[in-house]
Design a protein around this ligand. Structure first.
Ligand code: NI
Length: 227
């Protein structure tokens, strides 16, 4: 399942993050790439241990914590501390690859199984040409280019790439999520159920059938959640 989360973080947060990271020094993006992806990765990335990176990822995590849509779709157990990348000039693309199944956050040694990948856009589509995130799933290829502050969630198991940026700079944050619900179909079912309950609540209020559905949702979570 791919899901677009509009305004996953506020524009004010985007500005604060940009002030921090635009002034920082960027490194070769291959610092976090595996063997296969290093062959096709050509971008810039903020070193994970830089002060700008630490401050900026706290803003991202703090803002994501307020997004009910993000929580409902991802049901996060662990979030890999967000990274930041930049595609510009000669370092402007990332060819087809699949993200590593397990990422270890070096400073703490914590492992995150990558059930979901996320890209959070930190600049507007007008700021650059090209740079589409292309995600291949069972329904074909999807091209993604979103406004600043918007986020796309997609299955980490899917083949994906970033098309060459031919003008301007594409600046984004990216990270992975280990979900409490590992199975993608179960996660999708819970998400659809949660969205339907929300709509029913708005139109009917807390009627008895709504309460029963909420109980079903929580009982499915209880049955399936890995904590
Ligand atoms: Ni990737």
């Amino acid at each position: 399942m791919m899901l677009h989360v509009p305004q996953a973080i506020s524009l004010e947060a985007v500005k604060r993050i940009r002030r921090l990271i635009d002034a920082a020094s960027w490194a070769d993006g291959r610092i976090t790439a595996g063997t296969q992806s290093a062959q096709v990765k050509n971008n810039r990335q903020l070193p994970e241990d830089s002060p700008a990176s630490r401050d900026a990822r706290l803003i991202v995590l703090d803002e994501l914590g307020k997004s009910a849509l993000f929580f409902s779709a991802a049901l996060p157990k662990r979030i890999y501390p967000p990274l930041f990348n930049r595609y510009e000039g000669a370092a402007n693309s990332f060819g087809n690859h699949v993200d590593n199944a397990v990422r270890t956050f070096a400073p703490t040694g914590e492992n995150v199984r990558t059930d979901l990948s996320a890209t959070l856009f930190l600049c507007d589509p007008d700021d650059y040409d090209g740079g589409e995130l292309m995600v291949q799933d069972t329904y074909g290829a999807h091209s993604v280019k979103l406004p600043a502050g918007d986020l796309i969630l997609y299955p980490a198991a899917s083949l994906h790439r970033v098309e060459p940026v031919t003008r301007g700079a594409r600046i984004a944050s990216f990270f992975w999520i280990q979900s409490m619900i590992r199975d993608v179909e179960r996660r999708r079912l819970l998400f659809e159920m949660d969205m339907a309950i929300l709509q029913l609540r708005q139109t009917q209020g807390e009627t008895e059938p709504v309460v029963s559905l909420v109980a079903c949702y929580h009982n499915l979570m209880r049955m399936w959640a890995e904590l």
